[in-house]
Ligand binder design. Structure first.
Ligand code: FMN
Ligand code: SF4
Length: 472
């Protein structure tokens, strides 16, 4: 059953669990099962590049208007309205403008862009041609995570095919519009996903974030006006132009229009990438056979990080329902309902599920280690604070910590948040804050049971016991 709601409709939740055949609405991955869809011929046969033909008969302003009408929000993490971002692009005479696609995707738990680029690369290329035309970019870039080496080959082949068929290069489809797309590999640094660090790296420098303002829309790549957008954001431009912004906006609810790719992993039966329309409940997403298939190995749900490693972890009770008792929905507004006190964020859609056996302290330590390693070191609170948090968490995890260490951790994360050049500092602080906020007694258990820390599985079953009964 497909449930499509108009933006602004009240949210009435239809819980369709296993076996009821909920199919959702797919507009990005709908063709993914078509044989050889990775290649131009099959992609074109399935209606590929229609949006380019249509867009080239529109004015750039009309395309931007369609994207605005669609309500599309950036899929890279912050959820900023794409049409608005595009309209901020400065247009001084005689200076090139650039579109840069952010394919760095290094946030732990997030692997949706990889899937899209690997299996349906022409969707990204098509979206880039339309977006480049709308933004006036004659040279556009894909900045891709270095570890995705095989996808570089896939993208370059798709670009060559598009060019051979007249959709890239000079005078595309007789429109007078010229466009080339280049793929640039990063060297495997998470910080290069931050848009200004990415631009530095693309210019051949060390990937250090820039101080904003100026924003890339005014001074971006080689000091020229630049739009940086996520892979999924740009791919979504294709159905928006094909069907119109208003039609796109009918999918989803409120300010969460369209579909969202979610990469789900952790202790679930069916890890993978799913395209959801943003009206389904978190409960349905976890337990329905259509999506994650429930918790693996007969275990119970303990917690979840719903939007990539940097967003706050939620214990199961606050994940399935908001603090007000409303059903939690897989969309921007509902996942953040309650703020950081009782909510989290949609983020980049990296959905990491923890079962009752998982140790939140150990898990938080693992994340802290990652952020310490990835800090570029420009700001003291991030450079020093991430290292201190890692050390304290390791001590607590090993049963060598003190109760005062928990308070110290809290204090350090507070002093990082909001005090750094780029949001990596916040991204390092939020997981620690949320873990202490929701699982403080698990941290205390580690202090009070030092011997057990080193020899048992650390899951504190009382979190699972406190959950409402869930039927799969
Ligand atoms: C440390 C850090 C890493 C990031 N990594 C990515 C990434 O891998 N992909 C991405 O699209 N955005 C990433 N972002 C967000 C980008 O800075 C930027 O907001 C985004 O690419 C804009 O695209 P959107 O508006 O389409 O979401 C990251 C931000 C930070 C602070
Ligand atoms: S917050 Fe961290 S990663 Fe970002 S600029 Fe400062 S030191 Fe570098």
């Amino acid at each position: 059953m497909v449930v499509i709601r108009k933006a602004g409709d009240s949210v009435k939740i239809k819980i369709s669990l296993q076996g009821t055949g909920y199919m959702g609405r797919k507009i990005l991955l709908d063709k993914i099962g078509v044989e050889k869809i990775r290649y131009y011929d099959a992609y074109r046969r399935e209606g590929g590049y229609r949006s380019v033909e249509k867009a080239l008969k529109m004015t750039p302003g009309e395309i931007v208007d369609e994207v605005k009408k669609s309500g599309l929000r950036g899929r890279g993490g912050a959820g900023f309205p794409t049409g608005m971002k595009w309209s901020f692009l400065a247009k001084p005479e005689g200076i090139p403008r650039y579109l840069v696609v952010n394919a760095d995707e290094s946030e732990p738990g997030t692997f949706k862009d990889r899937y899209l680029m690997e299996f349906i690369p022409h969707l990204l290329i098509e979206g880039m041609i339309v977006s480049s035309f709308a933004l006036g970019s004659n040279r556009s870039y894909i900045y891709i995570r270095g570890e995705y080496s095989w996808i570089v080959d896939i993208l370059e082949q798709a670009i060559a095919e598009a060019k051979n068929n007249g959709f890239l290069g000079k005078n595309i489809a007789g429109s007078g519009f010229d466009c080339e797309i280049y793929v640039q590999r990063g060297a495997g640094a998470y910080i290069c996903g931050e848009e200004t660090a990415l631009l530095e790296s693309l210019e051949g420098k060390r990937g250090n974030p820039r101080i904003k303002p100026p924003f890339p829309a005014v001074k971006g790549l080689w000091d020229c006006p630049t739009v940086v957008n996520n892979v999924e954001t740009i791919a979504a431009v294709v159905p928006i132009i094909n069907e119109g912004g208003d039609e796109y906006a009918k999918i989803g609810v409120g300010k969460s229009t369209g579909t969202k790719l979610i990469s789900a992993c952790g202790n679930i039966k069916k890890p993978g990438v799913f395209e959801i329309d943003m009206t389904i409940s978190v409960e349905e997403f976890i337990y329905s056979d259509e999506y994650c298939g429930g918790i693996a190995n007969g275990k119970r749900l303990k917690a979840c990080i719903p939007g990539g490693s940097s967003v706050p972890i939620l214990p199961a009770n606050l994940l399935l329902k908001t603090a007000k008792g409303d059903t939690r929905i897989m969309n921007y507004e509902s996942l953040s309902d309650g703020g950081f006190a009782t909510g989290s964020m949609m983020g980049s859609g990296g959905f990491i599920v923890l079962d009752e056996d998982q140790c939140v302290v150990k898990h938080t330590y693992t994340l802290a280690r990652f952020y310490r390693h990835e800090s570029c070191g420009q700001c003291s609170p991030c450079r020093e604070g991430t290292g201190w948090m890692e050390k304290l968490l390791l001590r607590l995890d090993k049963g060598l910590g003190k109760i005062s260490d928990i308070d110290l951790l809290w204090d350090i994360q507070r002093k990082i948040e909001g005090n750094t050049i780029c949001p990596l500092g916040d991204a390092a602080a939020w997981p620690v804050a949320a873990a202490i906020r929701h699982f403080r007694d698990e941290f205390e258990w580690h202090v009070l049971n030092p011997d057990e820390c080193t020899r048992r599985n650390y899951g504190l079953a009382h979190y699972a016991e406190a959950l409402p009964a869930v039927t799969a």
